[in-house]
Write a protein that binds this ligand. Structure first.
Ligand SMILES: Cc1cc2nc3c(=O)[nH]c(=O)nc-3n(C[C@H](O)[C@H](O)[C@H](O)COP(=O)(O)O)c2cc1C
Length: 242
């Protein structure tokens, strides 16, 4: 079941679902409409599941009257009434006054023994960095990364990923990356990178912050690297014709 399919029920907790089409809660097969503010809160959480959202963003998504002054207490109270209404709902408080609705998962298998195998057999390059170490260095790269850029893990671990840009540092996408890292938000951009041999690679890069479940602080960043050079070459050819 897709988490975002409008015609399907979304599992919020044991025995409790959200119906996007009815904008209502379904508990023990009974559909129940909730007050407007709580309905807006669940909708906003479901749309942003698994990513921390700030109390300010929640406030303005619910009380969309911009004359109104932001009030953190209103958000806290509304979230606590939602927790009372659906006791098993998994809303975590994150560092810096942010909240996240964790997607409900049935029977998650323990894949920890196979995790590296899984990452190594993925088709896209992957980089994990540690922002708690000075200059956010790489701590892991998968095999697809090595295939894409020609660097072995031992050649890149401990370095910041910016070396992939070589001398080509004047790229507008870099400002966006800096801002996303600072704000601990997801981002997808295309950057010009270079292989160990100096070959240009257009890299569609998605960066996501990974938060520690216990401390709720940033633990790692995950970067997924997709080689989009072929499509960029086609775009260049079309632009040359037009
Ligand atoms: C997880 C992660 C993966 C990254 N992967 C790449 C990459 O593949 N290519 C790249 O050019 N920059 C990548 N970056 C961005 C650079 O590390 C750096 O943040 C960017 O160049 C902007 O910052 P700077 O001005 O300090 O260089 C990645 C960053 C993170 C956090």
């Amino acid at each position: 079941m897709s988490f975002m399919d409008a015609n399907q029920l979304i599992k919020l907790s044991e025995n409790c679902y959200w119906s996007p089409s009815d904008e209502a809660i379904v508990q023990d097969n009974i559909t129940e409409l909730l007050p407007v503010t709580m309905t807006k809160l669940i909708k906003f959480f479901v749309e942003n599941h698994d990513r921390p959202i700030s109390s300010v963003d929640i406030f303005f998504a619910i009380w969309d009257d911009y004359e109104k002054e932001y009030n953190a207490k209103n958000v806290r109270n509304l979230i606590s009434s939602l927790r009372k209404k659906i006791p098993l709902i998994n809303i975590n408080n994150y560092y810096g006054g942010r909240y996240v609705l964790k997607k409900y998962r049935d029977n998650t298998p323990d894949i920890s023994d196979y995790l590296i195998e899984i990452l190594d057999q993925a088709k896209n390059g992957m980089i994990i960095t540690d922002p708690n170490i000075s200059d956010n260095p790489i701590v892991f790269v998968n095999e697809a990364f090595t295939e894409m850029f020609g660097y072995l893990p031992e050649e890149v671990i401990g370095r910041n990923s910016r070396f992939l840009q070589g001398e080509d540092r004047d790229q507008p996408a870099l400002d966006k990356i800096r801002a996303a890292i600072k704000e601990e938000k997801d981002i997808t951009v295309t950057v010009r990178n270079y292989t160990k041999e100096g070959q240009l690679v257009y890299n569609e890069l998605s960066i996501s912050p990974i938060f520690d479940k216990k401390t709720e602080r940033i633990k790692y960043f995950l970067g997924i690297e997709k080689n989009v050079t072929a499509i960029q070459d086609i775009i260049k050819k079309i632009k040359a014709i037009v």
